[in-house]
Design a protein around this ligand. Structure first.
Ligand code: BGN
Length: 286
């Protein structure tokens, strides 16, 4: 990959900052979809660049978003989310790139480590990302008021999916960082990213919340109605039986391992029509 957007940025310097008010509305969910051919995608999304990048050209967005989708088996859900996001984000005048990071090894799913790896790889090609949206593939915004951006106040990370269908739209608990989280790059780097030690379901997000709190950041929850998110169904995944112990153990040393110590091997990277793809092995030494 060549690095991009440095030239764009210089040109942008004369442009006014982007400001767009969004009219409220529900987003039509297109659920039963297979990934269309590249030709069909070109027709649906003529302005989205290869690799899943878009930015407005008449104004200068202050936030440059990397949207990170950790992935393993739920490939059938990806086209649903991708269509949905590109439809939502262009009218919001966001500067964004969507990244899909696949865990291609035989170990249990490690969402935190996978996101650490994906973010490091993304920053090699988009040097100037300054806001990360950590996005589960099964969680879809329901209204146009789900504004994809980091909190204006740099003391706060933003829990975007406060009201999820799978929890009967009950408000997420205080400090919940799963689902869809907007976190500034500066915050993510300051807390040393996620722990790499959560293999299997659960705990990595609560550990992330502890890392944030320990550095005096707080997680704000998006309000209604922007915080309403639909959930796609999937089979239950086995929980990691050690997750509570690991969360507890880490409380004594919250930033000792993480983004700066993640080991992985990139098996594939390519710009696909609607997203940039990385496939990584998280168990290089095992
Ligand atoms: C919590 C899980 C989170 C998960 C949410 C989903 C744990 C660790 C306990 C110390 N946390 O209970 O990882 O995202 O549920 O609602 O299991």
């Amino acid at each position: 990959f060549a690095t991009t957007h440095i030239a764009d940025r210089q040109q942008n310097e004369d442009k006014p900052p982007c400001f767009k008010s969004v009219s409220p509305g529900r987003i039509k969910l297109v659920i039963n979809t297979t990934l269309p051919t590249d030709q069909e995608l070109n027709q649906l999304f003529p302005h989205i660049q290869m690799g899943g990048h878009w930015q407005p050209d008449h104004c200068q967005p202050r936030q440059r978003l990397g949207i990170f989708i950790p992935m393993r088996k739920r490939w059938h859900q990806l086209p649903i989310l991708l269509r949905h996001l590109h439809k939502l984000l262009v009218p919001q005048w966001r500067h964004y790139t969507i990244f899909v990071i696949e865990q291609a090894d035989e170990e249990p799913f490690n969402r935190g480590k996978l996101l650490n790896a994906g973010i490091l790889e993304a920053l090699k090609i988009h040097l100037d990302l300054n806001c990360f949206i950590l996005h589960d593939v099964d969680t879809l915004p329901e209204t146009s008021l789900a504004i994809y951006k980091c909190h204006e106040d740099c003391r706060f990370a933003l829990q975007m999916s406060t009201y999820q269908k799978k929890r009967n739209y009950k408000k997420a608990y205080k400090g919940y960082t799963g689902g869809v989280l907007a976190i500034r790059r500066s915050q993510f780097e300051d807390i040393n990213g996620f722990s790499n030690e959560f293999w299997g379901w659960g705990g990595e997000d609560d550990d992330l919340a502890n890392r944030l709190n320990n550095k005096s950041y707080q997680v704000k929850r998006e309000l209604s109605p922007g915080g309403y998110f639909y959930s796609l169904d999937h089979p239950l995944v086995p929980a990691n039986p050690q997750r509570e112990d690991i969360v507890e153990k880490h409380k004594g040393n919250l930033h000792g391992e993480g983004l700066d110590s993640v080991d992985y091997v990139v098996l594939n990277n390519e710009r696909r029509r609607l997203y940039t793809f990385f496939s990584v092995s998280l168990s290089p030494g095992r």
